[in-house]
Design a protein around this ligand. Structure first.
Ligand code: BG6
Length: 518
């Protein structure tokens, strides 16, 4: 097993430069009000508040400056919200009294405001509460910072945006900035997404809108640019001359569990592939940006998306796991895919002819997400080792974050024979003292700092929908019958056949096992 064969000797830290006008003038200190809209919902409890708590614990949210407001329709008191959240902030294996203390102090920063999402009263009250908080901190002119996190269904985005714009935008003359963080699904297809973008765009500048895709906050996704553009190794290899195919795979070993109602409306392509996996594809395939400015990076991502050719029907396999329709919130005749393999082809000089295989599925045999770059065979195989497998560079996004390079070496010993092995950078082993931050934690911090690098720009979103909308419409019209697969399996066998047709060669008899800590 690998022993962390790569070492890192030198470190340099970089931050992307702000680009937009708003960002260059925006204050980074001063009173910060974070409003979690949809505070009693699942996303808020499971992701948003825990991420805020971690930022608080790490010292990024300073009690003297910050106040958190939960907003939702349910009529509950501050204390009731705090009690509901408490369980999500305490580690499942139990907490020390210090940790419990920290949780209590954090919860004291949270105030609850109840109101509807489409009438002024609630938002006027919210504005009043925020203003009181700002006044109590003697906020200087120009330094009020208001962050609105939408942990809400997109159907209410337009009305909530209107309410914020009309009633919560710093009429107090304190100035500063207002930003909104919105979650997917941003529409269901190109038309609905563009409509939503237009509605929000009429109220907020692009520099105020942070479209979150939490995959962009994952450590190894964030590492992709560094890896590709700060290492000489990869520069000459990363192209159609050397790479045979690229797979970006997401698997979960559980079904839709309690989210059947939401999921059935969207399906796996909208839930995972059109956003999370496509964002990863952009970072794997894009050209080197002019600089690390968010706009430069996003310009390159858009170019990749615009170079994707229309998806061919014969390069798609969709599936649905047996038992999916037993969920009472899923219609009995649902044809929503819970699994899909889709091949994208990028029509440019670097990637012509290289299939990018995007695969995602629920209720499969394992839970993991990785990028697998498979290289072409070595020409003139004097070792006759081709059948053992091809070189692969694998980036394991989760769990057990790692990068490993699968390669052929001499079998140690007297004989001259070959074997598959790996150069292995396993994070758990290599960075034992480092706690890898949660994606949401990192991204919320970016929104506070005004760094849009890891957020989806409007034209990027549009280009992503352009790729998938024709296919999604065909699926919605019943033109694709999802193939049934057994829960706990690899998914439909037809997907493996498609992979083979695309040129992927599976290595048999080699399994990478993440190293265990000694
Ligand atoms: C969400 C999807 O965006 O991502 C879920 O809606 C999915 O269906 C989740 O389970 C996966 O996120 P992660 O970070 O656990 O891979």
């Amino acid at each position: 097993m690998g022993t962390g064969a790569w070492t890192v000797e030198k470190r340099s830290s970089f931050r992307t430069e702000p680009f937009s006008k708003e960002n260059t003038t925006a204050p980074e200190t001063g009173c910060l009000s974070i409003v979690v809209l949809g505070a009693s919902g699942d996303l808020a409890k499971k992701k948003t508040f825990p991420a805020l708590f971690h930022l608080y614990r790490e010292g990024f949210l300073i009690p003297d400056e910050v106040h958190i407001f939960g907003y939702a329709r349910t009529k509950i008191s501050d204390e009731e919200l705090r009690n509901r959240l408490r369980g999500y902030l305490i580690p499942s294996k139990g907490a020390s009294s210090e940790q419990l203390d920290e949780v209590t102090k954090f919860l004291q920063l949270i105030k609850y405001v109840s109101g509807s999402y489409d009438s002024p009263e609630g938002f006027q009250l919210l504005d009043k509460e925020i203003f009181e908080h700002e006044s109590s901190k003697n906020t200087r002119e120009g330094s009020s910072r208001r962050l609105f996190y939408f942990a809400l269904p997109p159907s209410v985005y337009p009305s909530v945006c209107r309410m914020i714009k009309n009633y919560c935008m710093n009429k107090s003359d304190l100035g500063g900035w207002t930003r909104i963080v919105v979650e997917k699904p941003f529409g269901k297809d190109l038309g609905s997404s563009e409509q939503l973008s237009t509605q929000i765009g009429q109220l907020f500048e692009e520099s105020q809108i942070f479209r979150i895709d939490h995959y962009l906050g994952k450590e190894l996704v964030q590492n992709l640019l560094v890896l590709r553009f700060a290492n000489r190794f990869f520069l000459p290899l990363w192209n159609r001359d050397n790479i045979d195919n690229v797979q970006i795979v997401f698997r979960e070993d559980f079904g839709t569990e309690g989210r059947g109602g939401y999921f059935d409306e969207y399906g796996i392509i909208r839930d995972i592939i059109q956003n999370h996996l496509l964002q990863v594809l952009c970072l794997v395939a894009m050209e080197k940006p002019v600089s690390l400015r968010p706009e430069h990076i996003r310009d390159e991502k858009v170019k990749v998306l615009q170079s994707v050719l229309p998806i061919k029907d014969e390069e798609v396999v969709v599936g649905q796991y047996e038992g999916y329709r037993d969920d009472p919130t899923v219609p009995d005749n649902s044809k929503t895919p819970t699994f899909a393999t889709v091949i994208l082809r990028i029509h440019n000089e670097r990637w012509e002819g290289v299939p990018f295989i995007l695969k995602a599925g629920k209720a499969l045999n394992s839970r993991k997400a990785d990028i697998r770059v498979q290289f072409k065979d070595v020409p003139g195989d004097i070792f006759k080792c081709q059948k053992q497998g091809r070189n692969e560079f694998v980036i394991r996004l989760q769990p057990s974050e790692a990068m490993y390079m699968k390669l052929t070496v001499k079998q140690p010993g007297l004989e001259m024979s070959t074997v598959q092995s790996e150069l292995d950078l396993s994070y758990g082993q290599r960075y034992q003292d480092v706690k890898i931050p949660e994606a949401y934690e990192r991204l919320i911090l970016d929104t506070i700092r005004g760094d849009q690098q890891h957020f989806v720009r409007r034209d990027e979103l549009k280009a992503a929908w352009e790729i998938f909308t024709p296919l999604l419409h065909k699926i919605d019209n019943g033109e694709f019958e999802p193939i049934q697969y057994k829960p706990g399996s690899r998914g439909p066998a037809e997907a493996d056949e498609l992979l083979q047709r695309a040129g992927y060669v599976q290595t048999h008899g080699y399994i990478w096992i993440p190293p265990t800590l000694s």
